[in-house]
Write a protein that binds this ligand. Structure first.
Ligand code: PMV
Length: 325
């Protein structure tokens, strides 16, 4: 039995498309920032008497299709460890699931770490990230704290598609304000959305190619603590990803009216000299990156947005860890 904690991360350079769907290898690398405040806590118990894996998420027992996805993921860990026992998993988030708040990133990172420690697998963080990646690409990045890169790699078996730390959570104390505009489940999950985009968008190859070029620029901007450059590149990657999504057939629209209201508010703030930047994932929530100095102005602007239901005020957070009792 083991319990692990992990925090979600938000991509500054987005991942949207797979080179290999079975091995869950991304078509291009991505760069993210792990945040504090939002937390997934997962306990796993392998038990020889269990006939099948059972999973509880936020107090509810999981059913198909999510249960099958979780069981296949546990099979993968069992295969690596030569383990045959089934498991009971109890996991909870202190934030909304599946609405673009990156719950799969912290979810699969916590599960990978809890399961591998319960079985007694001694893995490096890099090895652990390749396992977490099989559950969800973004989960590989939540193994580490702070700024993290998931490298696409070029091996056919995907073993070099691994997360690498760029700078830890103490490197740059930025603020990340997460504005929730809806608590509804997203209509199209990321795997289906990525497949639809890669199969039908005429912009897909340009999206992948230009993301490869954005990666070294973002890495350098983070290392130089160049806030303007990080913010501009982050917004560009976000809008470019949503451009590829919108151009799929049928088009994928993850935004709602609240999302657009916030985008306008952030652009207005910049015109008034308050530097803040937005990013949006596969859902209608908006994450705003700013320095502490600008936070009061951003909070005031969000206060003026009629469709903001909740604001989570976060900072860079640590990587996944095992909770000792
Ligand atoms: O890792 P997944 O399958 O949940 O996909 C993540 C997709 C985005 O959040 C939209 C982008 C990213 O890089 O996190």
């Amino acid at each position: 039995m083991a319990t692990a904690i992990a925090h979600p991360n938000f991509a500054l350079i987005k991942y949207w498309g797979k080179a290999d769907s079975r091995l869950n290898v991304p078509a291009a690398g991505s760069i993210s920032l792990t945040v504090d405040k939002l937390t997934t806590k997962t306990t796993i118990n392998f038990n020889a008497h269990l006939k099948a894996d059972a999973v509880w998420l936020n107090g509810k027992q999981l059913e198909n299709p999510e249960l099958t996805r979780l069981r296949s993921f546990l099979d993968l860990i069992r295969e690596v460890a030569g383990e045959s026992r089934r498991a009971e998993v109890v996991s909870s988030n202190n934030f909304p699931n599946a609405a673009g708040v990156a719950s799969s990133s912290s979810g699969f990172a916590a599960l990978s770490l809890a399961a591998s420690s319960a079985i007694g697998l001694r893995l490096t963080s890099g090895e652990l990230s390749t396992i977490a990646r099989r559950g969800s690409g973004s989960a590989a990045r939540s193994i580490y704290g702070g700024f993290v890169e998931l490298v696409a790699g070029d091996r056919a078996d995907g073993r070099d598609s691994i997360a690498k730390p760029i700078a830890d959570e103490k490197f740059w104390p930025l603020s990340i304000l997460i504005a929730i505009t809806s608590f509804e489940f997203k209509k199209t999950g990321s795997t289906n959305g990525m497949n639809l985009t890669s199969e039908t968008s005429p912009y897909y190859s340009a999206w992948v190619e230009s993301t490869r070029q954005d990666l070294p620029e973002m890495r350098a901007a983070i290392e130089a603590r160049n806030f303007t450059k990080v913010g501009e590149l982050m917004e560009h990657s976000c809008l470019k990803m949503h451009g590829a999504m919108l151009s799929a057939r049928p088009g994928l629209i993850y935004w709602n009216a609240g999302t657009l209201e916030i985008i306008e508010a952030i652009k207005d703030l910049r015109k008034q000299g308050h530097e803040a930047y937005f990013t949006i994932d596969a859902g209608p929530q908006v994450k705003i990156l700013c320095r502490d100095l600008t936070k009061p102005a951003v909070l005031e602007a969000l206060d003026g947005c009629s469709k903001v239901a909740e604001i989570i005020d976060a900072k860079p957070g640590p990587g996944a860890f095992v909770l000792e009792d």
